[in-house]
Design a protein around this ligand. Structure first.
Ligand code: NAD
Ligand code: UDP
Length: 313
């Protein structure tokens, strides 16, 4: 039995990860400051004697004896990470220093949840791991993008200088049950609006693209990445390579919810990337042929089912 620390474990992805690690007979310590996560996400795990919940902010060191660390603590939606931009940078950078220091002392393995946002508004399409990105260092998204880029730098340097066993995954847009209904991200926004009969808010003309990955596919990639040989650090893209425009996404959500909501067009936020799609060749090669299995329509159905219950629809 391994003892595993999941920072950001009460968030959307973290709560699914805690559940899966427990199901695979691990002991799990979930650390969270509940900024965007909630007890509701992990309430069903609290009775499990192999699960521990710790209220803690990762910007200050936390000491515990573990074999592995998944570092997920960081708000992920633009609305939330821009709410307190300085805190977002601190969470990524000081959080990375704190988990890396812990991993160094314990000789534990540590995985960083990095992001496709390190590619910014990419000039290369689809994005491969050797593309350095196109990020505005002083724009409204920079607290998140540059925080995550600096975290990658720290991870690589703790590996090179101190032999810390690190893994970096670059996660592309992921959705599923337990996304926060007011999170501001496009999938939860469209589903909640469609179920409530409100207008669907398309930012810009809706021609910008994203590649949406269902949360279970991400978890499989994450866990396979943690199990790779020590010499493989990544970064590795984990995402679904099928690309959709926001208009196509809106149409699919309307069809699946049988909603009569209308589309409404709002200004495109500054520095909003125009396109994004992962090249997943490296993940396929290094993670035993890993690739996403759940098509958007199927994943949306599961997510809509979750939001229907949550909103009593
Ligand atoms: P989320 O906001 O639901 O989860 C983040 C969790 O971290 C929350 O529970 C929050 O309370 C916690 N947290 C935030 N700041 C903290 C701090 N200072 N100390 C302790 N806990 C803190 O978001 P998510 O979608 O579950 O994302 C999880 C991770 O995956 C994040 O690091 C995010 O950057 C990364 N990621 C997510 C996506 C995506 O599409 N969902 C894409 C790329 C990367
Ligand atoms: N978006 C939209 N309507 C919304 C929320 C988001 O059209 O109600 C757009 C947003 O401008 C972006 C895309 O959907 O182009 C994905 O946004 P999200 O915040 O989910 O993720 P990110 O921009 O970080 O990839």
């Amino acid at each position: 039995m391994k003892r595993i620390l999941v920072t950001g474990g009460a968030g959307f992805i973290g709560s699914h990860l805690c559940e899966r690690l427990l199901n695979e007979d691990n002991e799990v310590i979930c650390l969270d400051n509940f900024f965007t996560g909630s007890k509701q996400n992990i309430i069903h795990l609290l009775d499990n004697p192999y699960f521990e919940l710790v209220r803690h902010d990762i910007t200050t060191p936390y000491v515990v004896e573990v074999d592995e660390i998944y570092n997920l603590a960081c708000p992920a939606s633009p609305v939330h990470y821009q709410y307190n931009a300085i805190k977002t940078v601190k969470t990524s950078v000081m959080g990375a220093i704190n988990v890396l220091g812990l991993a160094k002392r314990l000789r534990a393995k540590v995985l960083q949840a990095s992001t496709s946002e390190v590619y910014g508004d990419p000039n290369v399409h689809p994005q491969k791991e050797d593309y350095w990105g196109n990020v505005n260092p002083i724009g409204p998204r920079s607290c998140y993008d540059e925080g995550k880029r600096c975290a990658e730098t720290l991870f690589m340097n703790y590996n090179l200088q101190n032999d810390v066993k690190i893994k970096i995954i670059r996660i592309f847009n992921t959705y599923g049950p337990r996304m926060h209904p007011n999170d501001g991200r496009v999938v939860s926004n469209f589903i909640v609006q469609a179920l409530n009969g409100q207008d669907i808010t398309i930012y810009g003309e809706g021609k910008q693209t994203r590649s949406f990955q269902y949360v279970d596919d991400l978890l499989e990639g994450m866990i396979r990445m943690m199990a790779t040989k020590d010499s493989f650090t990544g970064p590795v893209n984990i995402g679904n390579p099928v690309e959709f425009s926001m208009l196509e996404l809106a149409e699919m959500v309307l069809k699946l919810t049988h909603s009569k909501s209308k589309l409404t067009f709002k200004p495109l936020p500054q520095d909003d990337p125009t396109q994004r799609r992962p090249d997943i060749t490296l993940a396929k090669n290094e993670l035993d042929g890993w690739e996403p299995k759940i098509p958007l329509e199927e994943g949306l159905e599961k997510t809509i089912f979750y939001f229907k219950n949550l909103l009593n629809k």
